[in-house]
Design a protein around this ligand. Structure first.
Ligand SMILES: [Fe+2]
Length: 107
């Protein structure tokens, strides 16, 4: 879209769009009613961190690890790659407008 002025590695972008929440498998567990709740591990280690550990264990590159680390609010403290900005904003669009938005009158 922006040509050479803003190159995007589509392989990295798509792989992380799929993997960015992989750490949630460690962050959540099921309660007695079968509801997903933050588990003991998740109380201490959020999924951006555990996700980096998981993808590092299988040898995925630093570019992928960076985006997983930066996709959530924790990433606001660092400079994101272009692909990380895309994943971060796409990720937040899946819940922010549902959780917090100005609603037109009568809607
Ligand atoms: Fe996430």
């Amino acid at each position: 879209m922006f040509g050479d002025s803003l190159p995007v590695d589509m392989d990295v972008l798509i792989s992380v769009a799929i993997l960015c929440d992989v750490g949630k498998l460690l962050e959540y567990s099921l309660d007695e009613q079968g509801n997903a709740v933050v588990g003991d591990y998740g109380k201490y280690v959020r999924h951006p961190f555990s996700g980096v550990v998981l993808v590092d264990e299988v040898g995925l590159p630093a570019e992928v690890q960076h985006i997983i680390a930066a996709h959530a609010g924790e990433g606001d403290m660092i400079t994101r790659s272009t692909e990380a900005y895309i994943v971060h904003h796409a990720d937040f669009m899946t819940f922010l407008p549902f959780k917090n938005r100005i609603k037109p009158t009568g809607k």
